[in-house]
Design a protein around this ligand. Sequence first.
Ligand code: ZN
Length: 59
Amino acid sequence: MTEKGRRDFCIECRKETEYLLQKKDIVKNIRDMEYIFAITVAVCAECGVRRGNGHSGSY
Ligand SMILES: [Zn+2]
């Protein structure tokens, strides 16, 4: 199992680049209650553009 060398196509770099996985906390307010979700986002190691990962983002 190789964790390093995770590569995917980056639309900014227009080529395959290495990706870094970063933990990110997002806070949502639902019915006056604060919920904190810990999500993992993939970030391009070269340009730093974040890739949507499991999140419904239309880009
Ligand atoms: Zn990139």
